[in-house]
Write a new protein. Sequence first.
Length: 212
Amino acid sequence: MTLAKRLRERRIAAGFESQAALAKACKLYPQIIQRLESGDISSTIHLSTIAARLGTTTDYLLTGRVTETYLVKTPHNEAKGAAICVVPLLTFNEIADWTNGGFKITDKTQMIPATHVSSKAFAVKVKDDSMLGAGPSFLRGDLLIVDPAQEYADMSFIIALVKETHDAYFRQLVKLKGLWHLQPLNSAYPREVLDKNYMICGVVTIMQRTFS
């Protein structure tokens, strides 16, 4: 099945009877939807916005791969921010720049659909096996939605940044004997005390896993 067919099926399933109705909901020109569904173009920088409005992902529209979304529960998870929006996909090396306001979104920046997050939220993919555990488990390549506006608490999954080196880590925040620790789920990795050398860049609110 092509992108054109998948888009048309998702549009109808989402209740948009016409291309114009979907375009209006996405604040786009109707010709963009028309050209996508006719196969005249195979992608657009607005595809993430269209996917979010249809309740799907750009990956599904482009490839047909199915992505499952999991709410990462923390004691303070609350619906904040816009109901539907898009956030930039960063590498771990870019998190420091995003946190400090130095990252610039360009036409080449991949945007990821997200729900109920603040304007400071971002996405990042798990880069190693440090968060593989017997209970909650995060695989290399899993997509994380991270929101700096979300309040963290004991057992929250967070992104922590080393202030001096700008190295970023995905860890679980745990409180032991009155001290905060950065806890990997994989026992092969060390647990670190969250001291003044670290800053918390945001709380993981959603994890997405794609199946071929």
